[in-house]
Design a protein around this ligand. Structure first.
Ligand SMILES: [Zn+2]
Ligand SMILES: [Zn+2]
Ligand SMILES: [Zn+2]
Length: 338
C-alpha cells in the first residue's frame, strides 16, 4: 500500500507507505560498506535508463541492459531502489475526513558524478551544466507519461553519494499549488508576475548574493532556515524546460558558485536544493520557476511543529552579505579557471 492521505482539517498531504522502506540517517545508499552509486558498483543498482559518457571528446547517451552495465559514465539515471511512489499503487480512493488517493508515480535518481567525494559544491561547471540538461531531458520524458501531474526535483547534500531525486506526483504538491495560486491571482489583478516583482525588488538590494546575466541569487525576506537562499531567472520564465543552452551554462556557473561558497563558509553544512517549476500539464496553473536552497539547520523546530512559525536568529541581510563575498570569490575563481 502506497497512498496519498490528506489531513482531517488542513491541506497537509502525506504519502503513507507500508512497502518496508528502512530508514537510516545519511548512509542509506551504503550496502555493507559498499556505495551503490560509485563507479564500479553499477551492477548493484537497477539498469540505468540513461547514461551520459565521454566518447572521443563528446558526450554521448547510452543505456544499460539487464545484464550489462555501461562503464566510465559521467552521469547515470536509475530507478530508485526505495521509491516514494509506486507504479503498482492500488486504485483505492476514499473521502474526507479519511481522504486518500493512489500515490501513483515514478521515482528516479540522477547520479551526478561517479566519484563519491564530489558534491554539487565541488563538481565542475561543465558537469553542472550536463546535470541540468539531463534533468531537463528526464522531466520532459516524465511529463509525457500518464498519471504525471508534477515532477518534483531535489537533491540532499551530505546524504551519501551526490544525486538528484525525481519523484512524479499525480497532483500538484501543496507548495507549488500555493505559489501558482498567488501567481495567478496577482497576475489576474495587476498584470504583474509577483515573482518578477520580487526579482526587481531584490536586485541590487541588501539580500542579493550574486547577480549574473540571467540569474539572481538572494536570501529571501523571511527565511525558514539559516542561510537559506533562492535562485531565480531574472527574466519571466514559467518552466525550467524552457531554459536554453546558453542560459543553462550561466545557471550552472551561478549554482556552482553559490553552493561552493556556501559549503566553504559553513563547513559542509547539509542542505537541500529543490526546483519549483510549472507543471507541463496544460490545465495547470503556472509560476515563475526557481530553485530554493534550504540548509538543514532548523532552529526553534518545536515552535514550528506546534505552530507553523519558524524562528531565525540570522537576518537575511547579514546572511547575504557573508555569502555574497564568498560567492563572488568563488565565481572569480571558477571563471578564472575556465
Ligand atoms: Zn558512492
Ligand atoms: Zn515572472
Ligand atoms: Zn518556490
Amino acid at each position: 500500500m502506497v497512498e496519498i492521505r490528506k489531513d482531517y482539517f488542513t491541506d497537509l498531504l502525506c504519502i503513507v507507505s507500508d512497502e518496508g522502506v528502512e530508514w537510516s540517517s545519511g548512509q542509506e545508499d551504503v550496502n555493507g560498506g559498499v556505495c551503490l552509486y560509485c563507479a564500479g558498483n553499477e551492477h548493484l543498482t537497477p539498469p540505468a535508463e540513461l547514461v551520459l559518457l565521454q566518447s572521443q571528446g563528446t558526450l554521448v547517451k547510452a543505456y544499460d541492459s539487464e545484464d550489462e552495465r555501461v562503464k566510465n559514465w559521467s552521469i547515470r539515471v536509475i530507478p530508485s531502489k526505495k521509491p516514494f511512489v509506486s507504479l503498482s499503487s492500488s486504485q483505492r480512493y476514499s473521502d474526507a475526513p479519511l481522504y486518500s488517493e493512489p500515490a501513483f508515480g515514478y521515482h528516479y535518481e540522477v547520479v551526478v558524478t561517479p566519484d563519491h567525494s564530489e558534491t554539487l559544491s565541488t563538481i565542475g561547471v561543465d558537469q553542472w551544466s550536463n546535470v541540468l540538461r539531463v534533468i531537463q531531458d528526464r522531466m520532459k520524458w516524465l511529463y509525457g507519461k500518464k498519471g504525471v501531474t508534477y515532477v518534483s526535483v531535489y537533491s540532499e547534500h551530505k546524504r551519501g553519494h551526490t544525486r538528484f531525486n525525481m519523484v512524479t506526483l499525480p497532483r500538484l504538491p501543496p507548495i507549488i499549488e500555493q505559489e501558482a495560486t498567488i501567481f495567478q491571482k496577482t497576475y489576474h489583478e495587476t498584470a504583474i508576475c509577483p515573482m518578477c516583482n520580487v526579482v526587481s525588488i531584490e536586485t541590487g538590494g541588501p539580500r542579493q548574493i550574486i547577480l549574473s546575466e540571467h540569474y539572481i541569487v538572494f536570501s529571501p525576506w523571511a527565511p525558514s532556515t539559516l542561510y537559506e537562499f533562492w535562485i531565480f531567472p531574472r527574466r519571466h520564465q514559467t518552466s525550467f524546460l524552457k531554459v536554453g543552452q546558453k542560459e543553462l551554462n550561466d545557471l550552472a556557473l551561478v549554482m556552482r558558485a553559490a553552493l561552493g561558497a556556501f559549503d566553504k563558509t559553513f563547513n559542509s553544512t547539509p542542505y537541500t536544493l529543490v526546483l519549483h517549476s510549472s507543471s507541463e500539464k496544460k490545465v495547470s496553473k503556472q509560476l515563475h520557476w526557481h530553485f530554493e536552497v534550504y540548509t538543514n539547520v532548523l532552529l526553534g523546530n518545536s515552535l514550528h511543529v506546534g505552530t507553523g512559525l519558524y524562528f531565525n536568529p540570522v537576518p537575511p541581510e547579514q546572511a547575504a552579505s557573508r555569502l555574497g563575498s564568498a560567492a563572488r570569490r568563488e565565481l572569480a575563481a571558477l571563471v578564472g579557471v575556465a
